[in-house]
Design a protein around this ligand. Sequence first.
Ligand code: HEM
Length: 173
Amino acid sequence: LLAACRICPFCKPPRMSPVVEPLSWMLGTWLSEPPGAGTFPTLQPFRYLEEAHISHVGQPMLNFSFSAFHPDTHKPMHRECGFIRLEPDTNKVAFVSAQNTGIVEVEEGEVNGQELCIASHSIARISFAKEPHVEQITRKFRLNSEGKLEQTVSMATTTQPMTQHLHVTYKKV
Ligand code: HEM
């Protein structure tokens, strides 16, 4: 039955849309190495493990999921998933993410070579989201000279100005 499938994207790897080619350096399954580093003026510095899965199914967008785990107990922590879109024929990027903390955000920015810089455009949250609320987010992704993916996240909350919250380097697995 499966062999007869003609529409399932998992049967054979789909050809990548040329629209997302400028982001192809992000594709893959990546694991934090070393563990990610969390910071914020209100928090004790912390470490975390994270798996990043960035893929495509032939559509002009990337699909992503980021799953964080406690470094010692491996207990699931922050999770988010969404899509990364490119405006055709430009370097303009839109990033849409739903997070397990009850927020949904849209970020926009630009890809330049193997670096993507984006900033929040809108953030929505569930009515009973934990305080303090995040008001702005910026992210930078880049492929470093060792072929590792890096993500840096900064945020402003209702109590703190824009400050770095996360930095993580991922190795391709
Ligand atoms: C705390 C936002 C990703 C771990 C917080 C706080 C906010 C926040 C608003 C509260 C800060 C305060 O109390 O002043 C975000 C956003 C993220 C993100 C917007 C993604 C864009 C992550 C990731 C981890 C993480 C990937 C990895 C484990 C934590 C921890 C705390 C925290 C451990 C402190 C304890 C807690 O409140 O749960 N984050 N975070 N966060 N975040 Fe994040």
